[in-house]
Design a protein around this ligand. Structure first.
Ligand SMILES: [Zn+2]
Ligand SMILES: [Zn+2]
Length: 139
C-alpha cells in the first residue's frame, strides 16, 4: 500500500540523474543476496517498487543486465558519471521499477516490510552493539 506524501524525488550522488515519483511509495524490501551486496557495496540492498507510469527520470543512465538466481534477467540502472545505483527493471515484472531506497530525497519515508536471501546474509548486516559512535564524521 502506498503511503506518505503525494510526490517523492531522488537522485544519484552527482545529481546528473534525477527522478520524480507521482503519488505515494510502497514499503521497501531488504535483499541479502550476493548481487545486491556487490551492486550496493553495502551488506544488503534496500529497494521499493514503483509502477513505471509513476516513475519519471531525467538524465542518461547506464545499465547492466544479469540473470538472477531465478533465471529472470534484471537490468540495473546506474549513473554513468558518479556510479550510484538507481533502479532495477525485472524481466518478470515489466510494469514496475525497483528503486534503490538510499537514492530517495525523503529517506525517512522508507519503511521495511520484508527481507529476502537471509541464507546469504553477512553478520555485519547488523551493526554490533557497543561500537564507537559519532553523530557526525569519523568512519
Ligand atoms: Zn551521478
Ligand atoms: Zn538481491
Amino acid at each position: 500500500m502506498p503511503t506518505g506524501a503525494a510526490h517523492f524525488s531522488g537522485s544519484c550522488l552527482c545529481r546528473s540523474c534525477v527522478y520524480q515519483i507521482d503519488g505515494g511509495i510502497e514499503p521497501a524490501g531488504v535483499c541479502h543476496c550476493e548481487d545486491c551486496r556487490k551492486v550496493t557495496g553495502g551488506p544488503f540492498g534496500v529497494s521499493f517498487r514503483v509502477p513505471k507510469d509513476r516513475f519519471h527520470i531525467t538524465g542518461r543512465t547506464a545499465s547492466y543486465s544479469k540473470p538472477a538466481d531465478s533465471g529472470t534477467v534484471l537490468t540495473r540502472h546506474f549513473c554513468p558519471v558518479c556510479g550510484s545505483p538507481l533502479y532495477t527493471e525485472s524481466g518478470a515484472h515489466a510494469d514496475a521499477v525497483y528503486v534503490k531506497a538510499g537514492t530517495l530525497d525523503q529517506p525517512e519515508a522508507i519503511t521495511i516490510e520484508r527481507q529476502a536471501w537471509l541464507a546469504s546474509a553477512v553478520a555485519w548486516a547488523a551493526i554490533p552493539p557497543g561500537v564507537a559512535t559519532y553523530q557526525k564524521g569519523r568512519i
